[in-house]
Design a binder for this molecule. Structure first.
Ligand SMILES: *[C@@H]1O[C@H](CO)[C@@H](O)[C@H](O)[C@H]1NC(C)=O
Ligand SMILES: *[C@@H]1O[C@H](CO)[C@@H](O)[C@H](O)[C@H]1NC(C)=O
Ligand SMILES: *[C@@H]1O[C@H](CO)[C@@H](O)[C@H](O)[C@H]1NC(C)=O
Ligand SMILES: *[C@@H]1O[C@H](CO)[C@@H](O)[C@H](O)[C@H]1NC(C)=O
Ligand SMILES: *[C@@H]1O[C@H](CO)[C@@H](O)[C@H](O)[C@H]1NC(C)=O
Ligand SMILES: *[C@@H]1O[C@H](CO)[C@@H](O)[C@H](O)[C@H]1NC(C)=O
Ligand SMILES: *[C@@H]1O[C@H](CO)[C@@H](O)[C@H](O)[C@H]1NC(C)=O
Length: 279
């Protein structure tokens, strides 16, 4: 197995040696063979997450096999956790490598829907697109006790009680879509904490109609997002035995082969010879 340290040294060594016209005594072929062997491994966790490759890494896949925002780990051999580099992680319910759809929910709010420290945030729009059923929900915590919202539709709820798992303190949380903070600006001005959380539209609609549902039932279900990736280049690479890779330059997708990393599929030479010899 590679350690974190030695593998980063190897990458460094190759980058420098390419610039110095291969003057450094690096065993390149052996390095690429190792990268290839390590990155050929997939990530699997529990029953639902199987054979996951680029741009994800984690588990048996070293960091250089994927992109930094796509780190996976496996919790209790039961469910996968995605760390995109924010102050919280996501619980992963499913990854579809063909459509790029991933089903996730906020792991921190799953553990405690009323935490003492709460983080804002939606996903990086440069890396992820929301699914058609996903929307941002505005949530207001720690509002003054006399906060009163005049509901637009009295049969739809816009608040929920939560109890902090740590402190046992109860709080009333007000929530609504993007027009909610604008419409109720005066009423919500006392609220000390505001966050935005992606949620599934159907889950919100069901929650608003049902006064007995607990806040967990709004925040625990998964929502859909799509990760962005160049499928065309990646599929061409894979169809010739290569692995999609950004090991040297995170902004660039290359094709990792047993003997090097290229901006074309591994067997292009063979393919060309074959092509010309059959014309
Ligand atoms: C990883 O997944 C790919 C695509 O599903 C598959 O071709 C490859 O054999 C898997 N690697 C291992 C080590 O099972
Ligand atoms: C994470 O939380 C810390 C402390 O609350 C904050 O300073 C930092 O900006 C946060 N980072 C992100 C990416 O939100
Ligand atoms: C809300 O206020 C309580 C009491 O002041 C505090 O302990 C808690 O951390 C606050 N909640 C958030 C989400 O900031
Ligand atoms: C979350 O972001 C909004 C603006 O997008 C900001 O008004 C709010 O204060 C942020 N909340 C926290 C807890 O950082
Ligand atoms: C919370 O919602 C319920 C149901 O819509 C409503 O009866 C109640 O007055 C609301 N509580 C506050 C503090 O607004
Ligand atoms: C936001 O919610 C309000 C009240 O529930 C509704 O009337 C409005 O159509 C919603 N807006 C969007 C953009 O979904
Ligand atoms: C309301 O939610 C509770 C808790 O999830 C559920 O048991 C109940 O069946 C729901 N009621 C309706 C009318 O959907």
């Amino acid at each position: 197995m590679f350690t974190h340290h030695s593998s980063s040294f190897h990458l460094h060594c190759i980058i420098i040696s390419l610039h110095l016209l291969l003057l450094l005594p690096c065993d390149h072929a052996q390095d690429f063979k190792t990268y290839y062997e390590n990155c050929y491994k997939n990530f699997s966790c529990g029953g639902r997450i199987k054979e996951i490759g680029y741009p994800f890494w984690g588990g048996d896949r070293p960091y250089y096999c994927g992109l930094p925002s796509f780190k996976l780990s496996c919790k209790d051999d039961e469910f996968a956790v995605l760390d995109t580099g924010l102050n919280y992680t996501f619980r992963v319910f499913g990854i579809d490598q063909t459509s790029h759809e991933i089903k996730i929910s906020r792991g921190d709010l799953q553990a405690d829907s009323c935490p003492s420290q709460i983080f804002n945030g939606t996903l990086d729009k440069k890396l992820f697109d929301y699914g058609a059923q996903t929307e941002d929900l505005n949530m207001f915590y720690n509002c003054s006790s006399d906060t009163k919202i005049r509901p637009e539709n009295p049969s739809l709820r816009d608040n929920a009680t939560c109890t902090s798992r740590d402190s046992g303190l109860k709080d009333i949380v007000f929530f609504g879509n993007e027009s909610f903070p604008v419409y109720h600006f005066d009423a919500l001005i006392s609220c000390k904490v505001k966050i935005v959380v992606p949620v599934d539209k159907t889950v919100v609609a069901d929650f608003k109609r049902n006064a007995t549902k607990e806040l967990d039932e709004l925040l625990n279900p998964s929502f859909d997002v799509y990760y962005k990736m160049n499928d065309y280049a990646c599929n061409a690479c894979k169809s010739w035995g290569g692995l999609c890779w950004s090991g040297f330059d995170l902004s660039k997708l290359t094709c990792l082969c047993q003997d090097g990393a290229y901006d074309h599929p591994c067997k292009q030479g063979v393919f060309l010879v074959f092509f010309y010899s059959t014309v």
